[in-house]
Design a protein around this ligand. Sequence first.
Ligand code: CTP
Length: 402
Amino acid sequence: MQGRKILFGITGSVAAFKVAGWVSSLVKEDAQVTVMMTEAATHFVTPLTFGALSGHQVYTDMFSIGAEEMMAHITLSGDADAILIAPATAQTIARLAQGMADNLLSAAVLAAAAPVVVCPAMNTKMLAHPATQRNLATLQELGYLIVEPESGSLACGEVGSGRLAEWETVREVLQRLFAEQDLTQQQVLITAGPTREALDPARYLSNRSSGKMGYALARTARRRGAQVTLISGPTNLPVPPEVNLILVQTAAEMAEAVREHAPAAHIIIKAAAVADFRPKEVASLKIKKQDADLQLDLVPNQDILATLGRERRSDQILIGFAAESNNHEDEGRRKLEAKKADMIVVNDILGKRTGFDVDTNQVTLITRDGAEQLALLSKEETANSIWDKVMTLGKVAKNEAE
Ligand code: CTP
């Protein structure tokens, strides 16, 4: 979002208060946000709030004759990278669908070359009305991006569809607009998170993987245009938008899901922390203290990455992770060979800002051509750097041509 110029249009819905948080999130991510409000919107939240949050003047009136606002509808949209209209009322949606220019917001949209993202928010019946549906369809035909409202309890007391979408969903749509679409036509398969190997109905063996790195890979791949299947062990993470998520518990379930989905994939990334072993027996009833044998018998799980390395087609790109506490590069190289991967991403699990459950990472990318250490980055930035590297591996262009 850094440096992106977002023209943020706010219209007269109760949900206007929610987007105060969106403006401040964008500003935190170093976007330049300029807010314009319809007259109705100013009855819900004052321009002062958005002025303070965005750090810029808020535009409300096309006919104000202050020097700064002269021709505001042209100048505002002229240099915007994206126009975001949220919440968008039925009234504003109808205005835009008609191509009207009777207030600053609609005139600015009409004068814009930038992509327009519309986030409807209204009463369920207003949303379902054929007129609104027709207007939304018209906007879609005109190339506007509509972020579907969610279902839930609405300010009017009704329960149904019409609630303003969550910021995470909208942020993702904006990110996609700004991302290079270099993974279009790529089918990507990613595994993420830990696996859980049951001991009895109450207990399991697992590890400290949060799944954050794998989910960041899934989100960024989707943003860059890929079709993404994410096979995930148990995590507390939100589902990445527009990703085919398959939830599993055990290594055996993960292996089965990978076996099913791998043939269609051009690129496979095994970011999951798969348990190497599982208990030999799973007790059907809870093991009691007095009955417990203090010895735990384990049997090995299938090495999913190594199996893929043996069985994959030569046009598929295969990438593994290696969570290491010492001898990072040597271990990475050993796993590259042993598992017949095209790249191993080596993680330092002992680093304070690179280990489990943190938002940053510092990895080394090991390929047959050498090793490249990345800087300490957020997991999303690390994921993007991994995709940049994947693009250099030489097989992606071939897939595109097919
Ligand atoms: N992996 C896998 N199936 C397993 C174990 C690991 O697919 N049963 C994959 C992981 O998803 C990761 C890579 O293999 O991409 C390396 O995992 P890691 O745990 O670092 O390596 P191991 O092979 O388990 O080696 P070691 O325990 O000796 O470090």
